[in-house]
Design a protein around this ligand. Structure first.
Ligand code: NAD
Ligand code: UGA
Length: 461
């Protein structure tokens, strides 16, 4: 039996530890956080995050071998293995502001571990960190006056929100890196042994510390790069009457390219892609590799352009003004099946439309509360409406901003009848049946496809 502790009960800490506890009933797993409300929510039936399948797993393991607590100090003292899963946002001040990772929460945690430890421990980096952070971690942990030895292991998390439980139960791979010393290898084995309870051995890969740390940033950069690449091509499709869905299908059938992550959209969101790429850019520049940094930075710039372009398209289609027009935004979450709105492109579009003085109404099945918080002062100008039909009533336009499947199966005939005519629909996720909407009488604008408009051609009557 091992005492496993996770510091940080967020989108990663909570679900990963729930899956470990469920699959390793012999281990005791505790998740701690300084945020009392979050811990109280983990202890209740109203979990702090929406994630399909999470509730069921938590209910199986909670109070059996899975515990949530705010007592960080005591639980550090009792732990054998400590996963650190605190937030590592982009730095907003000083050197590297806007790019480098803000490591203050991570460093506070490291110091807290040293202060409260009375025995040797394995400390696992679960948070996404700049390459070579483990070196600093080792220095802080092993400068203790108590003669205690700490091994630092990197075990980055690859789960995606909305499919977190599925991703962890059946991961493509688990990556574990450590020092190539006897004690480092023993530490790796301790972490391998945990995952081996449910992950096939061939999917558990071990590397040196730096490869593991860097692979996490690189995986996110490659995924985001595919989205920016297809979005760049979507813009060319709009100019040439090519259809980006057909192009993505055609290129994705090449086994070397593959079909996934080629959905053109209003751009990627979420708490990590932007932050991790900017962190990679910062690291490249730090090591004097300016051209390499500029290459990756373009992925983020393309993403920002995609959101600006979508709003410009809306304004220009709606006769160059949206001021005073009611516009229903379908979706606030950064992707489907999550309530998370961090870096959501939907909120970027929402803000841009407010600047154009549109009357914005936002609907989403799970993310309205987070959207209200994330929009801050701007939220007072937004109507939050859980019912998409009510949101669309008297609107000039509907814009689909999150790929929730339920938005594809609404009764668009009824929606059209309730809207101001001519009615516009902007599908920022390409999830609707565009020809059907066009037949109903909508003017339809998708991403990377020719528009379908019902306006009479001048001189034809
Ligand atoms: P989060 O903000 O949801 O959770 C982090 C938690 O850490 C917060 O609840 C915060 O209160 C807590 N915390 C901060 N300092 C603490 C301290 N000193 N002691 C105790 N608790 C403390 O963040 P997240 O989305 O779970 O991400 C965590 C890390 O995992 C980040 O590095 C992120 O890049 C990485 N990651 C995230 C995802 C994802 O899908 N969200 C996926 C893979 C990796
Ligand atoms: C992403 C990665 O997929 C995870 O492997 C990684 O662990 C995680 O970041 C992280 O480090 O935080 P996540 O951000 O939760 O996961 O969700 P994704 O499914 O990757 O989607 C990210 C964004 O890209 C969403 O806004 C989504 O709508 C958009 N997207 C995705 C597209 O626009 N097109 C696509 O083809 C795919």
């Amino acid at each position: 039996m091992a005492n496993i502790l996770c510091i940080g009960a967020g989108y990663v800490g909570g679900p990963t530890m729930a899956v470990i506890a469920r699959n390793c009933p012999q281990h005791r797993v505790v998740v701690v956080d300084i945020n009392q409300d979050r811990i109280a929510a983990w202890q209740s039936d109203d979990l702090p995050i929406y994630e399909p399948g999470l509730q069921e797993i938590v209910q199986i393991a909670r109070n059996r071998n899975l515990f949530f607590s705010t007592d960080v100090d005591r639980n550090i003292a009792e732990a054998d293995i400590i996963f650190v899963s605190v937030n590592t946002p982009t730095k907003t001040f000083g050197q590297g502001a806007g790019r480098a990772a803000d490591l203050q929460y991570w460093e506070k945690t490291a110091r807290q571990i040293v202060r409260n430890s009375t025995s040797a421990k394995v400390v696992v980096e679960k948070s996404t960190l700049p390459v070579r952070t483990a070196e600093a971690m080792e220095r802080i942990l092993n400068s203790n006056q108590k003669g205690l030895h700490f091994d630092v292991v990197s075990n980055p998390e690859f789960l995606a929100e909305g499919t977190a439980i599925r991703d962890m139960e059946n991961p493509d791979r688990v990556l574990i890196g450590a020092r190539e010393t006897p004690s480092g290898q023993k530490a790796i084995q301790a972490i391998v042994d945990i995952y081996a309870h449910w992950v096939p051995q061939e999917r558990i890969i071990t590397t040196n510390l730096w490869s593991s740390e860097l692979s996490k940033l690189v995986a996110n950069a490659f995924l985001a790069q595919r989205i920016s690449s297809i979005n760049a091509i979507a813009n060319l499709c709009e100019k040439t009457e090519a259809d980006v869905t057909e192009v993505a299908h055609a290129i994705g059938l090449d086994g070397r390219i593959g079909p996934r992550f080629l959905r053109a959209s209003i751009g990627f969101g979420g708490s990590c892609f932007r932050k991790d790429i900017l962190n990679l850019v910062y690291l490249c520049e730090y090591y004097g590799l300016d051209e390499v940094g500029a290459y990756w930075e373009q992925v983020v710039e393309m993403n920002e352009y995609q959101q600006v372009r979508f709003v410009s398209k809306m304004v220009s289609a709606m006769f160059n003004t949206v001021a005073g027009k009611r516009i229903a935004l379908f979706g606030a979450a950064f992707k489907a099946h999550t309530g998370d709105t961090r870096e959501s492109p939907a909120l970027a579009v929402c803000r841009a439309l407010l600047e154009e003085r549109a009357e914005v109404v936002l609907t989403d099945p799970y993310a309205l509360e987070n959207a209200r918080t994330d929009l801050g002062a701007a939220s007072s100008q937004v109507e939050f409406e859980p019912d998409p039909y009510a949101a669309a009533r008297d609107a000039h336009a509907v814009a689909v901003l999150t790929e929730w499947p339920q938005f594809a199966s609404l009764n668009y005939e009824a929606i059209l009848d309730s809207m101001v005519q001519p009615a516009f629909i902007f599908d920022g996720r390409n999830i609707l049946n565009h020809s059907e909407l066009y037949e109903l009488g909508f003017n339809v604008y998708a991403v990377g496809k020719p528009p379908l408009t019902n306006f009479p051609i001048a001189g034809s009557q």
